[in-house]
Ligand binder design. Sequence first.
Ligand SMILES: C[S@@+](CC[C@H](N)C(=O)[O-])C[C@H]1O[C@@H](n2cnc3c(N)ncnc32)[C@H](O)[C@@H]1O
Length: 222
Amino acid sequence: MGQVRNQAEDQQKIYQRWAPVYDRIYRGLLRDGHRTLARLAAGAGTDILEIGVGTGLVLSHYPRRSRVTGIDISEHMIAKAREKIDRHKLFHVRQLQVMDAHALAFEDKSFDAVCLPFVITLIPEPERALDECARVLRPGGEIIVASKLGDGAGLQGAIEEAVAPLARRIGWSSSFRLSRITDWAHKRDFDAIEILPVFPNGFFKVIRLKRRLPNAETDLSR
Ligand SMILES: C[S@@+](CC[C@H](N)C(=O)[O-])C[C@H]1O[C@@H](n2cnc3c(N)ncnc32)[C@H](O)[C@@H]1O
């Protein structure tokens, strides 16, 4: 528990430094992933929760008819998101709150979609956070994750593993495995119903998880 708190504090410090320059560096690189994630979330329904909303780069991609709630552990990143809401009149964003993904302060079954854009790899206990996402999701809802999700194979997997400590120090993670999400899904009655490679050249992926229907055999990851 103490270790999780320390890692959360590390993330807050790292993203305090990132907040002023984040958009300039990541807007273009992550745009395809952001658009894809927002489109899939909007397809799942109107009430959308975004975990790790950061400076709010995804917010303008959700349709104006949606109702979006965003949370992030960094008040400095959220402050940037608030500026965007005012500047671009993003009135579909109903609330932004400083909150840890491990403990969501929302009622059960509150959202049609829960999105995790480029954050799951930074969360110390991702399975616990995904359990929280499942809890606040309505029946038939979807969890949408976008990130660098490798399979750990070959030379690339070895390099990703080797640079992981350095990546974490600058607020990234290189060694997170897609199987960590699909394993969680199997245990929790969710299926990975779509895995989309996005820019650049499939380096990032967007994965769509839906609660399993009785007798359904749709999992793409097996
Ligand atoms: C790489 S940035 C992604 C920001 C945004 N989602 C995007 O795609 O541009 C990661 C964000 O996750 C947030 N974060 C890290 N750990 C978190 C946690 N445990 N709970 C909530 N947010 C967290 C960081 O503060 C940061 O804003």
